[in-house]
Each structure stands twice: as C-alpha cells, then as structure tokens.
Design a binder for this molecule. Structure first.
Ligand SMILES: Nc1ncnc2c1ncn2[C@@H]1O[C@H](COP(=O)(O)OP(=O)(O)OP(=O)(O)O)[C@@H](O)[C@H]1O
Ligand SMILES: O=P(O)(O)OC[C@H]1O[C@](O)(CO)[C@@H](O)[C@@H]1O
Ligand SMILES: [Mg+2]
Length: 488
C-alpha cells in the first residue's frame, strides 16, 4: 500500500474540499456512538453546537467577482456521531522539536478536553519527544496533574530533536493499545506525524493520528499563525526596548537584537512593526549587503547623523550567505546549524566604523533568542491553544485522522498533513506587509525592481501550485489575517 491518496472533493463554481482521512476509509463497518456532549450540561443549552457535516472553511477570503470558490478545509468541531466510546480511548500526547510558548497549555487542554468533554480518563504522556515512544516509560496525565502547567514555559513532557523511528513508534502505539495520538510540533514533527499515520493505516489500526502545529518561527503554511507567536513577539519587545535605551543613552549608539527565525523572519518583522523603535529589520527572505551605495553601512551612517542612535533587529537566518565561515553541521533532526549572525554583524559594523573613522560608535548586542521562547504563553495564546486542543480532540473522537488542527481565516479546521508539509511559510517581501515595514523603518529595501519582479513571478507560481488557481492575495496580506479574531 503506497501513501494515502489526497481526498479531494470538487463542487460547483470551482469549489474544492481538501478533505482529511477518516478511520472508516480503511476500516469497514466501524460502529458509531452518540456524542456524549449531547448530554453534557455545559453544552445542552448551546444551540447549533455541533458542526454541520458539510461545513468547510475557504483557504482564501479575498476573492474577485468571477473567482472560483477555491480550496476549502473541513471545519473543526464536535460531530453528532463519534467513533470511540469514552472508556475505549487510550490517548497519548507527545511534544517534539524546539520550545514554544503555549506547549503546556495545549497539553493541559488536550487532557482536560478529553476528560471533561468526552469522559476519557486514560491519557498517557510520552516523554522526551518521538524517541520517548520506544525509549522511555509513559506517564499518566490527569486533569489534576496538568492543572497548573499552563503557567510555566517549556513542556512538562520534555522534547527532543531526531530519534524518529516510524516502525518503533508504531510498534509502541500498537503494544500500548494507544488509539488517539496527539503530536505537537513544527514542520519536522508534522512530517514525522504523517509517516506515523501512513504506517498506522498500513497496519489497519484503529488509531487517530493528529498533529498540532507548533512553531515559534511561524513557518508552517496554510494556518493563520502558530500558537506562541504573539507571546514571542511580545517578549521580543523587552529586548528591543533594552537595545533602544542603551543606544539612545550614548552618542552614536547602536543596539543590535538577534531574534529567532531560521528561514522565516516573521518574529523579527512583527516585533519591528510592534516596537516603532527599530530602524532596520533584517530577515532571511530579504538579502542585504553591507558596502557601497544602498548598503547597510551607508544607511547606518545616515541614520546616526539624523538621529544620533539606531536599533537593528536581525533574524538568526538572515545574511547567512555573507558569513565567511559556512558550516555543513546539522542538528539531530537534520536542520542546518546556523552561524551567529548577530555576533558577526555587530563585529562587522564595529570594524567598519573603526576602519573608516567616519563616526565613533558604541554598539551593544543583545541575544534574547531562547528567552523569548521559554516564557509561558500570554492570554491570547492561551485562548488559541485551548481552541486548538479542543478542536483536535473533537476531530479524533469523530474518527478523523491524518490531519493537523489549525486556524484558517479565524476558523478552526482540519488540514491534511500533505498540505502542511509540502512547503514552508515565509515572509513574502513583495507583499504589502513587508512594504509596511519598510515604510515604518525607512530602511533600504536592498532590492532592485528586477529582483522584485522575479520574486513576484515565483510567488504567483507558488500560489498557483498550492491553490490550484492564481490569486493576488497572500497569507500575510492584512494584519487582521495574521492576528485574526479567534473563533471556532
Ligand atoms: N521528514 C521527517 N520524517 C520523520 N520525522 C521527522 C522528519 N523531519 C523531522 N522529523 C522528526 O520530527 C521531530 C522534530 O523535528 P525538528 O527538530 O525539525 O523540529 P520541528 O518539529 O520542525 O520544530 P521546530 O523547528 O519548530 O523546533 C524530530 O524528532 C525529528 O526526528
Ligand atoms: O532548540 P535548538 O535546537 O537550539 O534550535 C533553535 C531553533 O529552533 C527554533 O526556535 C524553531 O525552529 C528556531 O528558531 C531556532 O533556530
Ligand atoms: Mg522546524
């Protein structure tokens, strides 16, 4: 049996549903049961609590009069029928990859959601990431054991990179009688979840495999934003404020702040837009150069002469091609290990002004990268984590599998794994959001019109590939799209 064929359903006027797999796709005659929420006092007063079986959410909300209706995803939420009896469920939760604010909230809400909404009492925690399935004992998670964990940063289950052995993991799932697996992690983790789903399906196991997208870099496509992102942007303000205070307190002061973002500069972009104290934001998607007209040194000199101080925010993946020592080293998951661009740029700026003797500068470098991802999630991320976790639980109970639970245009949806893993979410520098940043900082774009047109062409063709039709809209087009009102 090869990998699962995408379930794509077409409708009138160009409607397309990119549906998610269901246990009944490969296990015939599965019994169903009434959803216990029907008699749950918390929900009995709510009208239309159950999601209509045909409810779907459009991927793109900006359309033209004659646009096809386009790609849709299945709307998340409770169904009238469920495919598991409460006492039949043996759930497992695992967290993989780097830390992100909100991991503990998601764990807590999965445990509490399963328990309080569906009467599921058997929930296991897998410790230390994927390898914990086969190399560690499990721990029992109950509403009382997770009651306060959302107040702490990190993950109470522990996490790791590497160690994904699909067969050993599915053996462990089978041996322990696990029939719902909740896998919280970034792009690598979701690829791992997809492999687990394929193997579970190949073995014909009645086990829902559910991904919950976690990435501080906001590099997962389709979804509006990842949980913890708002918290990270908020926490970054503290570092930027410090850099600004240091810079404006001395003559020709420069504050340099390095933020996370391996390949996607979202944290740097939003932290810059939020702060207003940043004069230059450098991200991996926007190549820059140091010397000559239009270069960074020229801009720094101009800014210092105008204003007496400046703040530079640099994402860790920016300008890697400029560093002389390039390394092929990888972490245990195969991610490229990056050079410290913050240190490099700070030293380069100091050397330049020492050499040129045009201005006597004072530069302070602040690296808060791990501090911004180790904090507990803020209030809005906590709400988001709760909705994500509850949506994930509703889907598994309804028999869906092989999906990532995610927010699309402010609605909770189930997205097939292949759409989550097929590409990375990046800042589109030919988009209006980057233009807003450039006009807010007044920094050079480091780009000529020819480059911009080339990038535009690539983006449009990417959009066409991803969505099956051409669209001028992109996922980071409007603030309201990235910071949507959360509803389910
Ligand atoms: N293609 C893949 N197939 C199976 N497993 C994978 C794959 N890529 C990564 N993994 C596994 O997923 C886990 C997490 O991957 P990774 O370290 O890349 O972090 P991530 O989930 O991308 O999170 P982040 O990058 O946000 O920290 C690791 O245990 C890794 O072995
Ligand atoms: O936790 P590690 O292995 O140091 O990795 C850090 C990386 O993890 C992330 O936080 C998420 O991918 C990146 O921004 C950063 O490059
Ligand atoms: Mg990753």
């Amino acid at each position: 049996m090869g990998s699962t064929e995408p379930k794509v359903i077409s409708g009138p006027a160009g409607y397309v549903l990119e549906d998610v797999p269901h246990l009944s796709d490969y296990i015939p005659n599965l019994p169903t049961y009434p959803n216990p929420l029907q008699v749950n006092p918390a929900y009995s007063v709510v009208k239309q609590y159950f999601v209509h079986v045909d409810d779907t959410v459009p991927q793109k909300v900006v359309v033209h009069k004659d646009s096809p209706r386009g790609v849709h995803f299945r709307r998340a939420g409770p169904r009238q029928k469920v495919y598991f009896e409460s006492d039949e469920v043996q759930a497992a939760i695992v967290t993989c990859g780097g830390l992100c604010p909100g991991l503990n909230t998601v764990i807590r809400e999965l445990v509490c959601g399963l328990h309080h909404m569906y009467g599921v009492t058997r929930v296991l925690g897998i410790e230390g990431g994927y390898r914990g399935f086969y190399a560690r004992n499990t721990i029992t998670l109950t509403p009382s054991s997770v009651n306060n964990i959302h107040k702490r940063g990190g993950t109470t289950l522990g996490t790791s990179r590497g160690g994904h052995d699909t067969n050993k993991i599915v053996d462990s799932i089978q041996d322990r009688g696990i029939n719902q697996v909740y896998i919280i992690g970034g792009d690598g983790t979701q690829r791992g979840a997809s492999a687990i789903f394929e193997e579970v399906r190949r073995r014909g196991l009645k086990c829902s495999v559910v991904g919950i997208p976690k990435t501080i870099d906001n590099d997962i496509p389709i979804i509006d934003k990842s949980f913890g992102f708002d918290t990270a942007v908020e926490e970054a303000q503290r570092a930027i404020n410090a850099a600004h205070v240091e810079a404006e307190s001395v003559e020709n002061g420069i504050g340099v702040v390095k933020l996370m973002g391996r390949y996607s500069g979202f944290i740097a972009m939003y932290a810059t837009l939020a702060s207003r104290d940043v004069d230059c934001c450098l991200i991996p998607e926007s190549p820059f150069y140091l010397e000559g007209p239009g270069g960074l040194y020229e801009y720094i000199e101009k800014r210092l002469k105008e204003n007496g101080h400046m703040v530079i925010v640099i994402a860790e993946g920016a300008g890697q091609e400029l560093l002389s020592e390039s390394s092929d080293k990888q972490d245990a998951s195969g991610n490229k290990l990056l050079q410290d661009v913050g240190l490099w740029i700070s030293q380069s700026i100091k050397d330049h002004f020492a050499r040129e003797k045009t201005l006597a500068i004072t530069l302070k470098y602040i690296d808060p990268t791990y501090m911004i991802r180790a904090v507990p999630s803020n209030a809005s991320d906590n709400v988001y984590c709760t909705l994500l976790a509850q949506s994930a639980v509703h889907g598994a109970m309804a028999g869906y599998t092989g999906y990532t639970s995610g927010l699309v245009n402010g609605r909770q949806t189930y997205i097939p794994f292949y759409r989550i893993t097929e590409r990375q979410n990046n800042v589109v520098i030919t988009d209006r959001m980057w233009a807003r940043l450039l006009s807010s900082t007044n920094q050079p774009s480091f780009m000529n019109t020819k480059d911009a047109n080339e990038d535009n062409k690539e983006e449009n063709s990417l959009d066409q590939l991803a969505d099956g039709h051409c669209s001028e809209d992109t996922s980071v087009d409007e603030i309201s799209h990235i910071f949507p009102a959360i509803s389910c």
